[in-house]
Design a protein around this ligand. Structure first.
Ligand SMILES: Cc1cc2nc3c(=O)[nH]c(=O)nc-3n(C[C@H](O)[C@H](O)[C@H](O)COP(=O)(O)OP(=O)(O)OC[C@H]3O[C@@H](n4cnc5c(N)ncnc54)[C@H](O)[C@@H]3O)c2cc1C
Length: 330
């Protein structure tokens, strides 16, 4: 690891004053479970590391007057497993439980999960975010790479586990910087992007900006769930995942949001799956059709065709789980 400056600001103002406008100069440290590994491997080599954990406002956790739940970016994942506010957001709770490691849940933060760097062994071994314009992933071992949104150079998958759930729930996020006057609330769905070149990262966050809070709207009558297809029960990333948020008119779906994880360079909203559900009741058959629709446009690479079936299953089972119809098994 290279030498670097270290700072632990206590206020948002102090924090912003420490950030550099230059990409890669300064990195933000939350729980450090991902960042430190990337630094040790010298995949990223910041000149300054700014610890977010001492900034009080980033630890906010509770509802506002309109019933929105505010979650500060440095709230630890295991805190979210133990508070009653989360009862209405099983999609988030199930995604956190899926991490399946008390250590990672206790150390990792929600901001760190949402901003976690992509899952791609070429990137994580120093070949750049796009791994030579996508060439390494096209020609090499791409079994964990994208099956959707992979037409350009980016072939990695977005590693966030909670992102699909937050998007399905229509959550927003607060971003501050680069100056203290700059504050914006954006939809989590608008946070991610597919980078086109090595000077772009996988989110819209620019070097002088920080994510401070997530804002979950009240769920009303809607029901939500996440389903992950995992290789095993250890602390490993899912092979495919999906979150669903459903609103019903009687037994018929009035509105559906289905967001897939681990299949594309961003959490992937499947409008096809949504269209397959709206106006119909949720049954194993309609959920299966929604799963099929979700992967109809997918284009697997040479070694990840197996993900088609897993992604389809994740969508189907997230929908059934959200509708309270989970039966277990595949
Ligand atoms: C052994 C091991 C296994 C893991 N397994 C899993 C797994 O199964 N599933 C999984 O999802 N993750 C896994 N991870 C990755 C990671 O632990 C989690 O994603 C965790 O939630 C990251 O949170 P953190 O607070 O530790 O993030 P950090 O490592 O501190 O930060 C992660 C990234 O987010 C940026 N960041 C953090 N907070 C902010 C903010 N507020 N604003 C802007 N940028 C920010 C950091 O600069 C960094 O780039 C694993 C990590 C390890 C070491």
């Amino acid at each position: 690891m290279n030498n670097f400056d270290y700072a632990a600001p206590r206020s948002e103002e102090q924090l912003l004053a420490l950030l550099s406008p230059e990409l890669g100069h300064t990195e933000l440290l939350a729980g450090g479970t991902d960042l430190i590994g990337l630094m040790k491997k010298m995949v990223i080599q910041p000149q300054r590391v700014v610890n977010l954990m001492e900034v009080d406002s980033l630890r906010r956790l509770g509802p506002d007057e309109e019933g929105n739940l505010w979650i500060g970016a440095t709230v630890h994942l295991d805190e979210l497993l133990s508070i009653p506010y989360m009862e209405n957001y099983p999609a988030v709770v199930q995604a956190i439980r899926g991490i399946n490691s008390m250590q990672l849940q206790a150390q990792g933060t929600i901001g760190g999960d949402i901003c976690v760097r992509p899952r791609c062994w070429f990137f994580r071994n120093g070949h750049g975010l796009l791994a030579q314009g996508g060439k390494l992933a096209m020609e090499g071992d791409n079994r964990h790479h994208a099956i959707l949104g992979n037409e350009g150079a980016a072939k990695f998958v977005s590693a966030t586990r909670i992102g699909p759930a937050l998007i399905a729930l229509n959550a927003h996020m607060r971003i501050i910087g680069p100056t203290v006057e700059d504050e914006q609330i954006i939809s989590v769905a608008d946070f991610y992007r597919i980078p086109r070149h090595e000077r772009e990262r996988e989110t819209i966050l620019s070097p002088g900006q920080v994510v401070t809070h997530f804002i979950l709207p009240p769920v009303g009558q809607a029901t939500n769930a996440t389903y992950e297809v995992r290789h095993g029960e250890g602390p490993d990333y899912p092979l495919a995942a999906a979150s669903a948020n459903l609103e019903f008119d009687g037994h018929v779906v009035r509105r559906a949001t289905v967001v897939m994880g681990q299949v594309a360079p961003t959490p992937w909203i499947s409008h096809e799956a949504e269209a397959a559900l709206v106006g119909r009741p949720v049954t194993p058959e309609t959920a299966d059709e929604a799963g099929q629709a979700a992967v109809a446009q997918a284009r697997p690479l040479s070694h990840n065709g197996y993900k088609m079936q897993l992604a389809k299953t994740a969508v189907k089972r997230a929908i059934l789980r959200a509708a309270g119809l989970e039966t277990g098994g595949f």
